[in-house]
Design a protein around this ligand. Structure first.
Ligand SMILES: Cc1ncc(COP(=O)(O)O)c(C=O)c1O
Length: 295
């Protein structure tokens, strides 16, 4: 079956989709995206993804049309409906979806005022999840040589300016690791190249604050909510990098991975080098949350 994508209001076969060479998303990385996971035909926390995109679109100054289309009260005309329609058109149940919004076609100069119509794209593919053994052995990570800029608004957005994350991931791959952990410009822990980070110390769940220059992840938010329900103490704050080396447990989160134990850092095991009890408890709780939300 030919892959169907949603582009600017229409579902079209992938081969028929055309984008302008003057799209400011392409020319200047002036755009945003959301990566979402669908389970059993339901997109997990679609409303939260749309809300983040809406907030981010406002911060980037994208057109009011985009922001309006992201409102949940738009019913069939909302971008949420576009995501569901793309999933259904491809007959997908367990899927990785991407909603991309850019300022659209404009002048060759970096003046978004010349962009009249945003580009809106939704793609969905079958999800290729990592094998269960990977969740048992966990991820290995290196410290990245790149730094997050806590003062840059881009650090808090899922922007199509993603090359820095790709460079950090390439550093990890070159070192034979799964991920790279970035500090911010002040030397505090920020996040992984494509995920948020959590540590456990003294039974407390610790994660860098949004002010540390991180993407406020949807999976991160779910973990913080679950922790509250499970009476686990949490702290969102500036985290010293040394705290990771001393952590009892660590894990990474994103919408596709869910929770992934971080078991090796800088070539050494994190604590026992195995997924810790709190991590496992939260992994199971996330599964339950997903099951309830996508039944
Ligand atoms: C840099 C970065 N931080 C954090 C995340 C986690 O975000 P979410 O939980 O919304 O998937 C991602 C997701 O890809 C990311 O790219």
């Amino acid at each position: 079956m030919a892959e169907i994508i949603y582009l600017n209001g229409q579902l079209v076969p992938r081969a028929a989709a055309r984008l302008s060479p003057f799209d400011h998303g392409f020319l200047y990385g002036y755009g945003l995206f959301e990566t979402m996971r669908a389970y059993n035909g339901h997109i997990f926390r679609l409303d939260r993804h749309l809300a983040r995109l809406r907030r981010s679109a406002g911060m980037l100054g994208l057109s009011h049309d985009v922001i309006a289309a992201l409102s949940l009260d738009k019913g069939d005309r909302s971008l949420g409906s576009a995501c569901i329609a793309t999933l259904e058109a491809n007959k997908l149940r367990d899927s990785r979806l991407r909603l991309t919004v850019s300022a659209g076609e404009g002048d060759m100069t970096p003046d978004p005022g010349t962009c009249s119509q945003p580009t809106i794209l939704v793609t969905a593919r079958s999800l290729v999840a990592l094998p269960p053994q990977k969740y048992e052995s966990g991820f290995s990570a290196i410290p990245s040589s790149l730094r997050r800029n806590a003062r840059s608004p881009l650090s808090r957005l899922k922007s199509t300016c993603y090359a820095e994350n790709i460079l950090a991931r390439m550093e990890a791959r070159a070192a034979g690791c799964d991920e790279a952990i970035l500090l911010n410009e002040q030397g505090y822990l920020a996040e992984a190249s494509m995920a948020n980070i959590f540590l456990v110390r003294g039974g407390e769940l610790i994660t860098p604050s949004v002010e540390s220059g991180i993407l406020p992840g949807i999976a991160r938010e779910a973990v913080l909510e679950m922790a509250q329900t499970l009476n686990i103490r949490t702290s969102e704050r500036q985290v010293q990098p040394g705290e990771l080396a001393e952590a009892e447990e660590a894990f990474l989160t994103n919408s596709i991975l869910e929770l992934m134990p971080l078991t090796r850092f800088e070539g050494k095991p994190v604590s026992t080098g195995r997924p810790g009890p709190l991590t496992q408890k939260l992994m199971a709780a996330y599964r339950r949350l997903v099951d309830e939300a996508t039944r």
